[in-house]
Design a protein around this ligand. Structure first.
Ligand SMILES: C[S@@+](CC[C@H](N)C(=O)[O-])C[C@H]1O[C@@H](n2cnc3c(N)ncnc32)[C@H](O)[C@@H]1O
Length: 259
């Protein structure tokens, strides 16, 4: 890792952007490299799902800038992020763009990376533990299993306007992992049933994974489609027979919840 020397005159050194994954929330799941970068940087632009414990690892003299987005705020906040990223890096600062999970999994990390490169700014990626894999794993739900699942796909439940999902593409994948799917869960489940998935296929929501308030809801695709499953953000939705493995690994299928 090439870390700019903080003692060097800021005008004399070139800025750099580190695109850093903060993992699913538990600070112990941050990579060693991410912690090192946070301890050396000048500016941190951080997202909504980055935990307070992780922010405590930031060098005390560094500037912390919150750039989290709530639903519907993308178009307003993203240009501000681009602007801050460029402004601080071009001023010679070591900028950390800190994102939940992995920066390149539904995190717009590639867009920020490309923009920085277009302005001649060096970018280094520090991958993070994505919630797509870690949330199910921590709940005792493996995405692959030799006897049950040979494939998995990670998909968004919330597409950019104008881009429609082709649900039929996902009908035959053994395990589906859906991020940002809480709000549209009934529509998503019904679309998957219409595309050929079985209504009695097991499904699980893992809410606030790796935090003290983690909650696992075990249900079926049909129940979700009927609007009978309550779930709260942030949550990962897993659909597939691997959900049944939880009973063998964790000893329970608890929180089977119907509203
Ligand atoms: C904009 S996406 C970012 C994903 C992130 N880059 C990653 O790799 O995990 C946000 C979605 O990730 C999922 N998510 C992130 N952190 C989570 C957590 N701790 N528990 C459950 N779901 C989480 C939720 O589906 C949430 O709506």
């Amino acid at each position: 890792m090439e870390v700019p020397d903080p003692k060097m005159n800021q005008q004399a050194r070139r800025g750099k952007v580190f695109l850093v994954g903060a993992g699913p929330g538990d600070p112990d799941l941050l990579t060693v490299k991410a912690a090192r970068v946070l301890g050396h940087c000048d500016v941190v632009l951080y997202d909504r799902l980055v935990s307070a414990e992780i922010l405590r690892l930031v060098r005390p003299a560094a500037e912390l800038i919150y750039v989290g987005k709530h639903e519907g705020e993308q178009d307003r906040v993203q240009p501000r992020i681009f602007d801050l990223l460029l402004r601080h890096a071009l001023a010679g600062k070591m900028v950390v763009r800190l994102k939940g999970g992995d920066p390149l999994v539904f995190g717009r990390g590639a867009e920020e990376w490309a923009l920085a490169r277009e302005h001649g700014i060096d970018v280094e990626l520090v991958p993070g533990v994505t919630s797509a894999v870690s949330a199910p794993g921590i709940a005792g739900i493996p995405l692959t299993h030799r006897e049950i699942s040979q494939s998995f796909a990670v998909i968004t439940g919330h597409c950019k306007e104008g881009l429609a999902q082709n649900w039929a593409d996902y009908a035959r994948i053994d395990t589906l992992v859906i991020l940002m799917g809480v709000k549209n869960r009934a529509y998503i489940a019904q679309s998957l049933i219409n595309a050929g998935r079985a209504a009695d296929e097991p499904a699980a929501f893992i809410e606030r994974a790796t935090s003290e308030r983690q909650r696992v809801v075990i249900t079926t695709l049909g129940e979700i489609a009927r609007g009978r499953v309550a779930a709260e953000n942030p949550a990962v939705l897993v659909i597939g027979n691997v959900v049944r493995v939880r009973e063998r690994l964790v000893g329970t299928m608890e929180t089977v919840q119907v509203i």
